[in-house]
Design a binder for this molecule. Sequence first.
Ligand code: ADP
Length: 480
Amino acid sequence: MRLLFATSEAAPLIKTGGLGDVSAALPAALHGMGVDVRILLPGYPQVLKALPFLQPAADFPLLPGFPPARLLSGAMPDGVPLWVIDCPELYRRGGGPYQDEHGQDWLDNAHRFGLLSKIAAVLGSADSPLDWKPDVLHCSDWQTGLAPAYLHFAPDAAPCVMTIHNLAFQGIFPLHTALELGLPGECLQPEGVEYYGNLSFLKAGLHYASHITTVSPFYAEEIQTDALGFNMQGLLAHRRGVLSGILNGIDTTEWNPAADPNLVQTYDAANIKGKSANKRELQRYMGLYADPDVPLLGLVSRFTYQKGLDLVLEIAPQLVEMPAQLVLLGSGEAGMQSKVLELSHRYSGQVGAYVGFDERLSHMIEAGADIFLMPSRFEPCGLNQMYSQRYGTPPVVHATGGLIDTVVDCNAVTLKRGEATGFVFDSADAPGLLGAVRRAVAAYRNKKTWRALQRNGMAKDFGWSRSAVAYRDIYSRLVR
Ligand code: ADP
């Protein structure tokens, strides 16, 4: 099985969220199972700097609508083969993959990710300049959404899988952009790439892909409803016969409390005492009062409405009153960022915050916090709630998407069965969240219950093997 895995981010080279984690871990798991997988990634400066020994593999001087580009070949740090698209005009600049330093979307994103999609499609068709041709092309999110559309019009095209990591991001541009990007006029219609008068990269992918997947079984159902379908529910319901929900796994090497180099002390379920040194360190590092007994709540998240950060801000005074401590790490909407900082100043010693992206601190929070907060209004899969269970830090989550698929609410029945791993609340509002936090803090005060919760979570298998097999089965079906 030869698989081309096209993506706009892959950790540790470039990551803004869960897509980056998944785009590294899933190909690695497939590679380990014998799949001949190649990752295709734009040549952002971060990628080129981390991989100075890439070799030229092919040139694309004349792709209609795009500046000249070159394909470079190399490998991910974990050894998975990698192709990088070097196109200085589109990719070599400061800022992030999608936005500039000020958080504004790059004005040429349609071309940046049109090129990624185009080259993925060329490599998956008879037009490829390479000898290696994939049996299947796997695309992720809107940034690769045009690839299935290009493939539809290409000779001898490979079948393709389109994975939705988050339906809220759709890659919307003026409709005529599709022509600039070299797509034929016949696809500018609802039975094509058109979406309410615009071009939608994601819609294109969902319409033309051979198979659609999303990152949890529950989210696969939710996106077919008016509430969470983002106006794609009709299309998705229509294509439900080729829509699968496959739960994301986590990288259990990267996220392993027994061997995590970011921790002051490693620990495992049999030796959970080592966790307390990490709490002490987190309190010190974030300027909180040293107190081994106060419940310490942690959050690592993009600061957006989706993630329910506003709910945490709303109940912060009650949390401080309990008393509990709070550590927040993230970045995103400017208004939320300043509110978070304001909170940490108002309650200094009890609330600590860092605005920015800090991989090491995210590990320290998973290990040092007692309780992890994830009140997302919707959550396609979510990774942090899985990390936190593995780190013996039971999560408080809203009942949505992948959070439902991965967290078992703590009650008398689930505790008795040895299944409880966290606290799930139904209503995405401040009273709902506060009620669940109060339940969590009460359980935290009961040593026996708490240990049971920690043990249950730490024993769960969140690794990639089962999900990677499910993806491989889909590829095999498509090839047959
Ligand atoms: P999403 O992809 O919607 O942002 P996920 O829970 O699927 O949410 O994945 C988020 C990933 O990004 C996790 O690995 C999380 O630890 C990481 N992350 C998010 N914000 C930060 C941050 N500010 N610093 C470090 N890691 C972060």
